[in-house]
Write a protein that binds this ligand. Structure first.
Ligand SMILES: [Zn+2]
Length: 187
């Protein structure tokens, strides 16, 4: 899938530099979420996939649900599609880490083992996301352990304050809090 065809122009031009810490990975994910809101290109969520050996981000993602009328275009999914396009592989075999501004929802959680990713770091907790009105879906309480069993390490709440700030800013802006039950009038 050539995801570059649908990602916003500013994301194609986003400047990339290597990061070596969980805080550094999360700085990029949260910055993307903030920029997505500032640019008006989607919901308050950003993600990036890093090669932890080189520190370089190999793919970026932002939430594109509303702009593309597509409920599955969450930031994590966009980043995974993009990384697999870059690597020309449906399995991200290697030292790849997904940094997401927020805890993965039920759909993105399901996508993680399929993607082949070996590590996840996120900022805002599900409760922070639900507090502004989004729905995280049905997830088992023990989801982090379930990923650990599949050798996917999880680091939670890194730069949570920064990620929460973007969520709150989005809510204050009055932008759309979408879900599966709202659709455009007249359709
Ligand atoms: Zn999701």
């Amino acid at each position: 899938v050539d995801i570059k065809a649908i990602i916003p122009h500013w994301l194609n031009n986003y400047s990339l530099s290597p990061r070596y810490t969980y805080e550094g990975f999360m700085e990029v994910a949260v910055d993307l979420s903030r920029e997505n809101v500032a640019q008006g290109t989607g919901g308050p969520f950003g993600a990036a996939i890093f090669n932890t050996n080189t520190g370089m981000p190999i793919a970026l993602g932002v939430n594109l649900v509303v702009a593309h009328h597509c409920s599955i275009l969450h930031a994590e999914i966009v980043a995974i599609i993009s990384a697999q396009h870059v690597l020309q592989s449906y399995a991200l075999q290697g030292p790849y880490l997904l940094a997401s501004s927020a805890e993965p929802c039920a759909m993105c959680l399901g996508a993680l083992p399929w993607s082949g990713i070996s590590e996840l770091v996120f900022g805002a907790h599900a409760s922070d996301v639900e507090e502004i009105g989004f729905d995280e879906g049905c997830k088992p309480e023990s989801w982090q352990q379930a990923l650990a069993v599949r050798n996917i390490a999880v680091h939670s709440g890194v730069n949570r304050i920064g990620a929460q700030g973007v969520l709150q800013q989005y809510k204050r802006s009055g932008a759309i809090i979408y879900n599966g039950k709202v659709r455009k009038q007249g359709l």
